[in-house]
Design a protein around this ligand. Structure first.
Ligand code: BGC
Length: 951
């Protein structure tokens, strides 16, 4: 069945609760959301909704204007962001007093305004006095994970741009925010462009990108009404308990909120690619691999099937998707995310959230924000200018919010000198303000740094304790939060807002309706009391295999070396072709590299139910074809390999490159990769094989780009497939591509450079235990392909590149402005067209008119070869000269399956938002002056059609 048809069938299953068959346990099946065919809009219409959702455009403009003045402070701060001062709101006068005496976390400083009554209390065993303004110190010294608190003494990666370090603690601004939940500023839902949807019944996926902008505000309003009713009946302690993870009790999930009254609490569980720490689950392809498909249907389906598994195990909150931006090619967790481009990452985040939440699981968009390296992740400040923040790092989060994500996880690092989980600018002003996020912000595990983080926008602390490893060290919240609210330091209104946001996420996904109980114990598979070993896999292996095939990128194919056609003899070279000696789950959290690499390491993994190696899959095929098949797995014995491959028709060399989260070190790599060379002597092995066999095909299972220039142009290397990290079906997926059962259509979601130096942006290393590393994002918008284009650097393989076994031609480009039949926002649209920046207000960056289809791009694509295949046409916008934008920016893509000779018209639309730049002075989105053009093509450098955009 074609994917679109399968998706329709799957959605139908979910809608009619027939997914009984998909989730074998009857307990699970009976609790799936039961729905009539009635779609959300009618189901959730209520007078409550109508009154709170009816915000007229008049109100929108005026509230925007008044909000604009209060944002004046932040815009001033924004322009000086390069100097990386924390954003300080009106009464946050705070001088950093670096002193060990401030282990109380809160210290009195010169009183100027705000609460005047001195307060006393206790934070983690140390008494404190509070008066007037507060200075919050990053104390205790963050040592999570402990291994990161000490610097490497030897073997540091060679590329340390070495720019300054910062020592000392930073101040936390105390927000003047009112802290009442606010609606997204939007017009009343207006079908067919802004229809009202519930996350349980999202709009159908379209491979070319959605033509509609779903409005989830009705669903949020209903959820908030329920949440407010629930929270209004609680005591202060109960409200606090909703916000504070269970850090002292034995717990079942990686994060747990204890039951409160008759509410059962929450189970929060990793990971972005499947249910972690359990069994009878699927290990899906990683984010980077689904990004490489450039196929929204696959992104949505993966989210949906993962959601079914989380739900089936009783997980309320799935800790994904992960959307950090692959800024540094060596970044350890890049493979968990969706690559280096903000548009592609945004689309993948959007579809993943819609898929996950469609089965009633809360998504958690992480890690917010600017968390791009593992080294000293708790002791670094990512110093990011306001424009770059808006245009790149924040963008996938904006899209996740537009998909209705119930939660967001703030990251370990600092942003412009303030910790991400107590950062008023990013949490209150940007996420909850501009983007209009109505859900809750949870801390990464141990990333909370103070009790007062509540006023900077944190709603839930995870895992709950100050220290991950010593739960008896107390919590910043729990009794401390109660004390702070009791004594007026934190308002009850804010406390209510925190608890209400969390409960709203629960109601938004209908989790009050027969949600399954937790049926596993993340810390022990052998817990006979709690671990029910429920099988949630259904037939998800099929999608895993499809994504693995569609996410494999064919980089080189000389004279039709591929697909293989019944070769008489085959040799598989390299340990990556087989299974590791310790089995698929031999290393905890996959923290080892032996055998076929299907995933990186860390919390972003799951247990494999099984792992199909390339050798196992190819053997099946060899038997059918009558091919002789042998292998050579001794990676360091290159002489042996060279003699083994002689006289063999085709030598397939399997190589890999691994990375992961910083709490595990593998082969000297502290999470981040020490370098970009392939592992296990791969370059030497490939060259030795190619010297002895003139039909050498290289398959790389790699967490990201690697430098392959020592052999990429070797004429005896006749094929290269970049297979990413494909999950449990990795062997089957690559065999499908090698033999042509799948015609490759994967595209690189990052640039493969000729040399590491070409990337221009590197890990920042060094520092000692007390050092806070300064990570200047001074490259701004210019990393990965944007940098290569800007500075005319020739890559080995560019972003968006990937070959097929067939060929495609592009014709007849037509670019037009769509008729705007929605009268609601005409004034705003006209102002934008005249170059006026968008007004500020809550939800202003997600305002529907800014995201509705605006420009339409149409062209034809024909399959001009002999095999059926899928083409990934990509639309790149070239902003006007002088706008400060990179030469080309991805703004649209599609995935079209074509039979030989078949022609299809492709229609892609672009909203105003994608044609805007962030104006740091006005703090709004604006259309830069000058002429826009766009190109349509097969990669970021293979443009086939170009034309002006008539705006
Ligand atoms: C990771 C998160 C993860 C959490 C819970 C942290 O170390 O950064 O991504 O969700 O642990 O396991």
């Amino acid at each position: 069945m074609r994917l679109a048809a399968r998706l329709a069938a799957l959605s139908a299953l979910v809608l009619t609760a027939v997914s009984v068959g998909a989730l074998p346990s009857s307990a699970v099946a009976s609790s799936l959301p039961v729905a009539s065919s009635a779609v959300a809009s009618s189901a959730i219409a209520s007078s409550d909704v109508a009154s709170s959702a009816a915000v007229s455009s008049g109100v929108e403009v005026s509230s925007a204007v008044s909000a604009a003045s209060s944002y004046a402070i932040s815009s001033a701060a924004a322009s000086s962001y390069a100097a990386s001062s924390a954003v300080v709101t009106s009464y946050a006068v705070s001088s950093a007093i670096a002193s060990s005496a401030v282990s109380s976390a809160i210290s009195a400083s010169a009183a100027t305004s705000a609460p005047s009554v001195p307060l006393t209390g206790e934070v983690s065993g140390v008494s404190y006095t509070v008066s007037s303004t507060y200075t919050i110190y990053g104390d205790p010294v963050p040592t999570n994970p402990p291994s990161l608190a000490t610097s490497p003494t030897a073997g540091e990666p060679p590329y340390n741009s070495g720019s300054g370090t910062e020592v000392g603690w930073q101040t936390l601004s105390i927000s003047s925010y009112a802290f009442s939940s606010f609606p997204v500023v939007s017009p009343t839902p207006l079908p067919p462009v802004f229809p009202s949807y519930s996350p349980l019944y999202p709009p159908p996926v379209e491979n070319s990108g959605s033509q509609i902008v779903p409005d989830f505000s009705d669903a949020w309003d209903v959820a908030f009404a329920k949440a407010e009713a629930f929270v209004s009946g609680l005591t202060l302690e109960q409200k606090v308990n909703i916000t504070t993870g269970e850090y002292q009790e034995p717990i079942l999930c990686v994060g747990n909120i204890a039951p409160v009254a008759d509410w059962p609490g929450l189970c929060l569980q990793d990971s972005p690619l499947g249910v972690r720490d359990t069994d009878f689950n699927t290990l899906f392809p990683a984010g980077i691999t689904v990004a490489a498909t450039f196929n929204r249907t696959m992104m949505r389906l993966r989210g949906l099937e993962m959601g079914q598994e989380f739900r089936g195990k009783g997980v309320n909150v799935a800790l994904g998707p992960m959307m950090n931006m692959g800024r540094v090619a060596q970044g350890g967790r890049n493979w968990e995310g969706f690559g280096t481009d903000a548009f592609l990452s945004g689309e993948a985040a959007y579809e993943t959230v819609l898929g996950l939440q469609s089965v009633g699981v809360q998504a958690c968009a992480k890690h917010y924000v600017d968390y791009e390296q593992e080294y000293k992740r708790t002791q670094e400040s990512s110093n990011v200018d306001d424009r770059t923040q808006h245009e790149i790092y924040q963008k996938p989060f904006l899209r996740a919010v537009m998909a209705g994500s119930a939660s967001v996880m703030c990251s370990y690092n600092m942003i412009n000198d303030t910790y991400a989980c107590e950062n008023d600018r990013t949490l209150n002003q940007l996420l909850k303000g501009e983007i209009g996020f109505r859900g809750y912000v949870m801390s990464d595990w141990g990333a909370q740094m103070s009790t007062l983080s509540a006023v900077a926008g944190l709603d839930m602390t995870m895992a709950g304790g100050i220290h991950l490893s010593t739960p008896d060290g107390g919590s910043w919240w729990g009794p401390n939060l109660t004390a702070f609210v009791d004594n007026g330091t934190i308002s009850m209104a804010r406390m209510d807002d925190m608890a209400t946001r969390i409960m709203a996420g629960y109601y938004l996904l209908g989790q009050d309706n027969n949600y399954p109980n937790v049926s596993f114990n993340a810390s022990s598979l052998y817990d006979t009391v709690h671990d029910k070993h429920i099988d949630v896999q259904a037939d998800h292996y099929k999608l895993v295999r499809e994504i693995g095939g569609a996410g494999a990128v064919l980089l080189k194919n000389t004279d039709g070396a591929l697909p293989l056609n019944k070769p008489r003899s085959i040799i598989l070279v390299g340990s990556d072709a087989g299974n590791g000696a310790m089995g698929a789950n031999g290393y905890s959290d996959r923290g080892g590299d032996d055998g076929i690499l299907g995933v990186g390491w860390g919390s972003g993994t799951a247990n494999y139910p099984y792992l199909v190696s390339p050798a196992a899959a190819i053997q099946e095929r060899a038997r059918l074809d009558g091919s002789s098949l042998t292998n050579w797995y001794l990676d360091w014995d290159t002489e042996g390999a060279a003699s083994a491959v002689e006289q063999v028709d085709v030598a397939i060399v399997f190589v890999n490159s691994d990375s992961g989260e910083g709490y595990i070190t593998v082969d000297g790599n502290w999470g981040d990769r020490d370098n970009l060379t392939l592992w296990h002597n791969a370059d030497n092995l490939i060259q030795a094989v190619a010297a002895a066999n003139n039909n050498t095909i290289v398959v790389a299972h790699s967490v990201g780009p690697s430098i392959i220039d020592s052999w990429a142009e070797n004429p005896n290397v006749t094929g290269i497939i970049w297979a990413n990290v494909a999950g449990q079906e990795a062997g089957n997926a690559i065999t499908d591509v090698l033999y042509g059962a799948v015609n490759p259509s994967g595209r690189l979601p990052y640039t493969i450079a000729k040399a590491l130096e070409d990337y221009g942006v590197f890990l920042i290393l060094g520092g000692d235990n007390d050092t806070i590393l300064s990570i200047p994002y001074t490259e701004g918008l210019f990393y990965d392909y944007r940098r290569f284009d800007q500075y005319n650097i020739t890559p080995r393989y560019e972003f968006g590149f990937g070959l097929s076994y067939t060929t495609f031609e592009y014709y007849n480009l037509a670019v037009s402005v769509l008729p705007q039949y929605d009268p609601t926002d005409l004034a705003l649209e006209a102002a934008w067209e005249a170059g006026v920046p968008t007004p500020q207000g809550e939800g202003s960056s997600t305002a529907f008119w800014l995201h509705r289809p605006y420009v339409q791009v149409q062209f034809e694509v024909q399959n001009t070869g002999a095999l059926a295949g899928t083409e990934i046409p990509q639309v790149y916008v070239h902003f006007p000269t002088g706008s400060g934008e990179p030469p080309s920016l991805l703004k649209g893509f599609d995935a079209i399956y074509l039979e030989p000779g078949e022609v299809q018209t492709v229609t892609i639309t672009i909203p105003r938002y994608e044609l805007s730049i962030w104006d740091i002075i006005a703090q709004g989105w604006s259309k830069p002056e000058g002429s826009f053009t766009l190109s349509v093509g097969a990669s970021s450098r293979d443009f086939r059609l170009t034309g002006p955009i008539p705006i």
